[in-house]
Design a protein around this ligand. Structure first.
Ligand code: ZN
Length: 133
């Protein structure tokens, strides 16, 4: 198992950053031909998801829909830090993603990319990539 931790700086409150190339690099460096790439985000107000990177409108629409579904201010929120929406979004998208590796390559579909999801930025964040079998 090869594990690498990355730092990432986010630039807005809600943002999806394409980290596919970084994951691909860990896969290539690992030499693993058949296994799994596992991406983990160790934060409670961020996450990771796989979606389309070809049309940037998709990222816009995903973030806008999450924001519509989970407004930043709600009178029923009790969490004193004031970022309950970010916690909810984090749980909705999840904090991990796994992609099978076949013949040394991620088996992502043509339009798929791996996105780090920021929901309470801007901040300096981390994500962890493990590659193994
Ligand atoms: Zn909080």
């Amino acid at each position: 198992m090869v594990t690498k931790t990355f730092e990432i700086s986010t630039g807005g409150r809600d943002q999806m950053l394409d980290i596919t190339d970084k994951v691909r690099r860990v896969v290539a460096d690992s030499g693993e031909k058949d296994g799994m790439a596992f991406v983990y985000v160790p934060h409670t107000t961020a996450g990771v998801t796989i979606n389309e990177n070809a049309d940037p409108d998709v990222v816009h629409d995903v973030l806008a829909a999450l924001d519509r579904a989970v407004p930043w201010r709600q009178d029923f929120y009790e969490h004193s830090e004031g970022n309950s929406a970010a916690h909810v979004k984090s749980s909705m998208v999840g904090c991990s993603a796994a992609v099978p590796i076949v013949d040394g390559k991620l088996t992502l579909g043509t339009w798929q990319a791996i996105f780090f999801c920021e929901f309470d930025g801007p901040r300096t964040r981390k994500f962890i990539v493990s590659v193994g079998r």
